[in-house]
Design a protein around this ligand. Structure first.
Ligand code: ZN
Length: 410
């Protein structure tokens, strides 16, 4: 391994991650929903650390934390998020924030290195109030009306009210300054078991899937379960069950190797044993990184629903609730991570798509973006058992810092 003048300090990275784990600790993980006391304490923790990296801290009007540099030369933006899912793991988010902080601490004070790392912690990546509200605000894709209507999905607390309670309501929202950054780099735990099961240390993300979400409804006729002849029924529940089976039969011929689809919730109305359901509703999600594939699947979904509606005597309705924004990662960023992996991870790296959503796909809309993954033990995430070995955490930090250095050096 070449002797670099300065590189990631593994003990400092682990100490910082453990400090964040202690804030809002729950079992072996954390519970830090957006704008909870533990989440706010984590944001202030980061703001207090940023001057160690010669960065000026600010927390903006939507809860994003930024560290900005006065150093001359190119600048790279790096970060992730500090809130967690409810009762979840300690590394989902904080890993990328601490790596970014570490890269800034190593690179910014080094007068022999041109350029600086600026740090961001994006608010609400985990979607307690919406989808990627912090990073979308930064790229100019979030209106005041979006904030007016945002509510915590667990407590129902309105976002406006939450912003007032945590003292951020009167602050301006920071917007990206176009041309300021050569790009955005984010590290994250893999949240799957591809790296661990292949004995690899670093995932080089090629693309991030978009998430498309639908509400599918069949309306039939509610009637008596004992006296209505089978042939005379318009059973919305049966229509929906047929739809699930048909999707399972027909999607595999139309999808890409990476497409996944999931039924989130099925509701039958009235849902009583002696009543034929008059209405059946299901929440349905598809993930892929290719909108062309989604177009095919959406068309298939519509024709399947129409066929089944006709066969079942029910009226079908498909409403798209969320349109996916897949993100392609920049080739130069992938190359820099690969080179850094050759030096610090013995080349044990793999180019792979991300099946989970990340802020990098939002940033990729306005600047080149890249992501690296470190292994997740048994692929567990969004659970307090989420973990990564100390060795893999430290290797990831070294690769991350070196990738930043390479990108800044051009
Ligand atoms: Zn995350």
């Amino acid at each position: 391994m070449p002797e670099y003048r300065s590189q990631a300090n593994g003990a400092r990275v682990l100490a910082d991650l453990n400090a964040l784990r202690a804030i809002g600790a729950y079992k072996s993980g954390v519970h830090k929903p957006t704008f909870s006391a533990a989440h706010m304490e984590s944001l202030h923790w980061l703001a207090q650390r940023l001057p160690e990296a010669q960065l000026t801290p600010t927390i903006d009007g939507i809860g994003n934390v930024f560290g900005t540099s006065k150093k001359s030369g190119p600048k790279i933006l790096a970060g992730s998020h500090l809130e967690s899912q409810n009762f979840a793991g300690w590394l989902d988010g904080p890993l990328g924030v601490v790596y970014a902080l570490e890269a800034a601490r190593v690179i910014n004070p080094d007068s022999g290195l041109g350029g600086a790392v600026e740090v961001a912690a994006w608010c609400d990546e985990e979607g307690h109030f919406g989808h990627f509200l912090g990073s979308r605000s930064y790229i100019g894709d979030l209106t005041e009306a979006d904030i007016d209507s945002a509510k915590d999905r667990t407590s129902g607390r309105k976002m406006r009210e939450a912003l007032r309670e945590v003292g951020l309501a009167d602050r301006p929202r920071a917007r990206a300054e176009l041309g300021r950054h050569i790009g955005y780099l984010e590290a994250h735990i893999e949240q799957g078991d591809t790296l661990e099961s292949s004995g690899l240390g670093i995932g080089i993300v090629t693309s991030i899937v978009g998430i498309w979400q639908y509400r599918i409804t069949f309306t039939g006729e509610q009637n008596h379960a004992g006296t209505t002849r089978m042939g005379a029924r318009k059973d919305a529940g049966l229509a929906l069950a047929r739809l699930c089976v048909a999707i399972d039969e027909r999607f595999p011929d139309l999808c890409s190797p990476r497409t996944v689809w999931t039924t989130g919730r099925i509701t039958l109305d009235p849902g009583a044993p002696s009543i034929i359901p008059g209405r059946a509703e299901m929440l349905f999600q598809i993930r892929d990184d290719d909108p062309g594939v989604i177009d095919r699947l959406e068309n298939a979904l519509t024709s399947i629903a129409t066929e089944i509606g006709a066969k079942s005597g029910c009226k079908e309705d498909i409403e798209r609730l969320r349109t996916g924004v897949p993100g392609l990662m920049d080739e130069r960023f992938q190359h820099a991570i690969a080179e850094a992996s050759n030096v610090f991870a013995g080349g044990r790296s793999l180019r792979m798509p991300s099946g989970a959503g990340h802020d990098a796909q939002i940033l990729a809309r306005i600047m080149p973006a890249g992501m690296l993954f470190v292994p997740s033990i048994r692929g567990i995430s969004h659970h307090w058992d989420e973990n990564t070995t100390d060795g893999d955490i430290v290797t990831g930090a070294q690769v991350f810092v070196d990738a930043c250095r390479r990108l800044l050096a051009g």
